[in-house]
Design a binder for this molecule. Sequence first.
Ligand code: C2E
Ligand code: CA
Ligand code: CA
Length: 412
Amino acid sequence: MASDKSGKNIEAGDTSRRILVVDDEKDIGEFIADVAEMMNFSCTTTSNAADFMAVLNPKVTLIIMDLMMPDMDGIEILRLLKARDCKSKIVLISGVDKRVLETAEELAESLGLSVVGHLQKPFRQVDLEKILTASRIVDPSGGAEAAQPISKQSAITITVDELEHALLHNEFVIYYQPQVELATGVMVGVESLVRWQHPKQGLLVPDVFIPITESLGMIDQLFWIVAKKALSEIGQIAKKNGITVTVSLNVSPYSLHNLKFPDTLLKLAEECGVQPSNIIVEITESGLFKELSKALDILTRLRMKQVKLSIDDFGTGFAMMQQLRNVPATELKIDKSFIQDMLVQDSARVMVLKIMEMAHELGIKVVAEGVENTNQLEFLRANHCDLIQGYFFSRPLPLPALLDWFKNFHGS
Ligand code: C2E
Ligand code: CA
Ligand code: CA
């Protein structure tokens, strides 16, 4: 579990210098947080790789990470950071000999990551202070431009109390983004994308609150709020409007550790009048890391009950092939970064083509995410992509607007 030294006030989007620490020795994390806060940094500590990856977001300006941890070694984490196109500066720490640290530093640099120093355990306060000061000098602007703003909402601050209140009083709304089958031009599915109707801040996008909800251990609660609302709304439009579509639900890694997940989902589907075969559970690679056997147990049981499985953001994780072998997936969603580059960058185009070819040979459907224009659409059509999701057809919409869009799109 991630903890924030500032206590109850977790800042979702301050643009000041934000440090994220991962070290399985909690004392070290606390020590770093104390020193960092004395130097006016805001600091979050985590004690394992899964929590770290869950909390990591583009607003983190400095990562301080242990190379040796029981659940995942630092080299694997470096590769994941690369896959996420991490722009944060990195400090490596380790108890092993200095040469290992230096090699790791070289590797990180070869991956295009920005390492600003290393600390050899046991280190002194003064060593840490030097590194923190240096990280400021490397980035004299104070880090504002190093931390890519996620959206215009990057300066929003939310508190734990507000989040608890929101979960209790259900301040969340579901937006739906249509998925169109290329061969028929029919809307065959929707992805549910949560927004928080914050009483003071207005409508918040998920990138602002999902990482914090995960780090506070509240994501399971949020998942069930979203699932309940989405399934009941999709059940309703089938009944009232005669529109039957699949509904995709985003599942956080943290929800894949409760073995009751399949049964609870199936029960909910039945209550809402949605066929299990019309539910698609979307998982990302990081969803499998923490407790692989439990996650696979849950995913296999979901498949046995006809629920479909989609691998989201495909192409961005470093173990994607292994994931394809492990997970009984029915669909994979090519990450929008590839779709947006495929007409201008050879490597992105080759990836898209090869992913589609491989998926089809395995009997897996392919969704192209982030399709924004006709050229992209026509390229995907010519290469037999199955489903299209993107602003070209529609942005995510609240249910009434989705129904209007549907009427116009299908001319009825
Ligand atoms: P995602 O699952 O990859 O969802 C797709 C994101 O891409 C959505 O952002 C969508 O609005 C955006 N998008 C779709 N088409 C286009 C396009 O053509 N161009 C561009 N530039 N963007 C496009 P959104 O709604 O802000 O959601 C962001 C992320 O938040 C999602 O990424 C997902 O990881 C997470 N998320 C959303 N809802 C939930 C939820 O209920 N639970 C969990 N755990 N995560 C969620
Ligand atoms: Ca998704
Ligand atoms: Ca995605």
